[in-house]
Design a protein around this ligand. Structure first.
Ligand code: DGT
Ligand code: CA
Length: 606
């Protein structure tokens, strides 16, 4: 097992249960109460057994800890008494080594063996035990075969079908694990945008149909298209608010009401997500919408601008000394402050107010600007759909071209293609292109960037692709310098066209690997390489905060769905949101080029 990056120190504190248990125990010790209760001891022994199983140690070893836990549970004796009188070792299943460990834990409140063992196992593996249907043995296999260390990575692996081929797993088990993860996620703190938006839209639609509602909109971080959100904020306008709150509370999606005031209802939805509904009067609506869209940083900057102009603004209105300035829309509010309308995605106080004051806001890319989809996996590697069906679906979406990019050979866990398989796929694509020229299919590959920065196929083979996406999928633990050098070396190779998901992050699951992104962007600018904005909702990588930096240096972006199925093609929309947050226009994105232009781009002499 890998050593985790963060060593966890465990201290066990006395609990109130300790006192209760002692009152019930038959024999008492005169000694000061030990800092560990019987319940804590049993839990720790069981945890050690589980950790040993997770590590794949001899099953006899873990069984001994579970047996000791049962013995401790069964005895009526006081722990301190057992230790002081030397009778601990006479309990069934407690030999010399266990006696010493229990004594250390009970008398000092900590056990070095336990702390060291726990620190040697990624915390995420322990967390995975909370998923129904996953025991230590299965978790160890997933860790060994797929290097999975967190629940997020596991979910991603299920979605990419990586569990199907593992002995003892298969499609059914994969489905069950995914269900278990979804159940677990219901109760976690932040949520992926994609996990929330559909539900929010659904509630919004119902609210908008209510007879007394005149206006309605999603607000908060969801409207700003943040990659993760804490909750759903919804705003409605009415001049007859009487029964909207009751009606909202009665929606089938609402599990529990957690707060109710005159203008706000807070609920927990059956999905486990919190939702705040704010009900305002029609005249206040644009101001409330502006306010509750945020971000609070944007609002604070805006209020200070208003103050300097002798105005006051809040969620109720924009005021000057004689009274309120009437505004019928957000556009009119921004106008009254001398600003152009700022799209919600840009409201993060990152220069948008100055740009709006000087007419320098970008013309943001939209869905209708997208002309092709460039990162698509097929059932030749770890996708589930055929090239033909993916092409047909993309055609329906109005695309002019797609780029097929299955995995290269080293990515064996994802069905990476041998060179023979690549050749067969190329012949297949040529045939489809010939048969139906209404959508062009580019022959691409998602080639592994090996730990030393070399690519997974030799240069003379790489030459035969129309375009190449280079990607890091392994050895994430390198130093920043080594990882940066690795990627720079790969981009220095003349063949890669696009750098895939530049930081390797999985939102709410895996931190980005250490890499000097500004340096990579500089290098890409010099070499004329493109950066991917991976639209998969778990990735959204390149992060929007860096998109603007790339744009400033003239590095073009490919908004790529990284689709593993027909449904995955639609993830492009999540990428467009993030591109907008990153200030990108259609002219900054290569897949907004028409077929002719992108063919020209891909056929540049090496
Ligand atoms: P989240 O929920 O953490 O994903 O992010 P938001 O932005 O949705 O935050 P939330 O739900 O706490 O509040 C919604 C909006 O309400 C927020 O974006 C701006 C506004 N707001 C909330 N608290 C404050 C505040 O203390 N000052 C200002 N100026 N605005 C606030
Ligand atoms: Ca929110």
């Amino acid at each position: 097992m890998n050593t985790p990056d963060i060593i966890l120190f465990v201290l066990i504190y006395p609990t109130s249960e300790f006192m209760v248990m002692h009152n019930n125990e038959t024999r008492r010790s005169n000694a000061v109460a030990p800092p560990v209760s019987k319940k804590d001891l049993v839990r720790t022994l069981e945890e050690i057994g589980t950790l040993l199983d997770l590590k794949g140690e001899n099953p006899f070893k873990s069984r001994a800890y579970f047996a000791a836990a049962r013995s401790i549970e069964a005895t009526d004796e006081d722990l301190s008494y057992l230790i002081e009188s030397g009778q601990l070792a006479s309990l069934k299943g407690i030999g010399k080594a266990l006696n010493e460990k229990i004594t250390e834990l009970v008398t000092t409140g900590a056990l070095e063996y336990y702390n060291t063992l726990k620190a040697s196992i990624p915390q995420g593996l322990v967390e995975m035990l909370k998923i129904q249907g996953l025991g230590p043995k299965k978790i160890k296999i997933l860790h060994d075969k797929l290097q999975i260390t967190t629940i997020g990575e596991l979910e991603y692996a299920c979605i990419e079908n990586h569990l199907i081929e593992i002995p003892g797993f298969g499609r059914k088990t994969q489905e069950n694990i995914l269900k278990g993860i979804q159940h677990y996620k219901k109760y976690s703190q932040r949520h992926l945008y994609a996990d929330v938006i559909r539900e929010a839209d659904n509630i919004l639609e119902k609210l908008s149909q209510h007879a007394a509602v005149t206006h309605s909109c999603i607000a908060g971080s969801l409207r700003r298209c943040r990659e993760t959100v804490k909750d759903i904020d919804i705003l409605v306008a009415t001049d007859n608010s009487a029964n909207i709150a009751d009606w909202f509370e009665a929606l089938p999606q609402v599990e529990r009401v957690t707060g109710r005031g005159d203008t706000k209802v807070s609920v927990i939805l059956t999905s486990g997500i919190n939702c705040d509904l704010r009900i305002v009067r029609k005249a206040e609506y644009p101001h409330a919408l502006q306010h509750f869209t945020g971000s609070s940083e944007h609002n604070t900057a805006l209020r200070s601008l208003a103050k300097n102009a002798g105005l006051k603004m809040n969620e109720y209105g924009l005021f000057q000394s004689h009274g309120c300035i009437p505004c019928k829309s957000e556009t009119e509010i921004y106008q009254a402050l001398g600003l152009a309308y700022i799209p919600p995605e840009l409201r993060e106080n990152r220069g948008e107010i100055a740009a709006a004051a000087t007419g320098n806001l970008p013309d943001l890319v939209t869905c209708s600007d997208i002309r092709g989809l460039l990162h698509i996996h097929t059932n030749d590697s770890d996708g589930v759909d055929s090239i033909e069906s993916l092409a047909a679906a993309a055609r329906k979406m109005g695309m002019e071209y797609i780029g097929i990019t299955d995995h290269s050979k080293t990515a064996f866990y994802a069905g990476g293609l041998s060179w023979d398989e690549v050749m067969r796929q190329h012949e297949h694509i040529d045939l489809i292109n010939e048969r139906d020229p209404s959508l062009h299919i580019f022959k691409g590959i998602e080639v592994e960037i090996l730990p030393d920065g070399n690519l997974d196929y030799a240069d003379h083979l790489l030459r035969s692709f129309d375009f190449i996406i280079a990607a890091v999928h392994s050895h994430f633990g390198m130093t920043e310098e080594a990882m940066t050098d690795r990627i720079i070396k790969a981009l220095d190779n003349p063949f890669p066209t696009i750098l895939a998901h530049p930081t390797g992050r999985l939102l709410l699951a895996r931190e980005p690997y250490s890499v000097n992104l500004p340096h990579i962007i500089d290098f890409a600018a010099r070499k004329g390489k493109f950066l991917e904005l991976n639209a998969n909702p778990y990735r959204l990588d390149l992060d929007w905060r860096f998109c603007r930096h790339a744009k400033k240096l003239g590095v073009k972006i490919a908004i790529n769905p990284d689709a593993h199925s027909i449904a995955g093609l639609y993830d492009i929309n999540f990428g467009i949101n993030i591109a907008r947050k990153g200030w990108l226009s259609a002219s900054d994105c290569i897949n907004c080029l028409g077929l002719k232009e992108i063919k020209k781009l891909f056929s540049k002499p090496i």
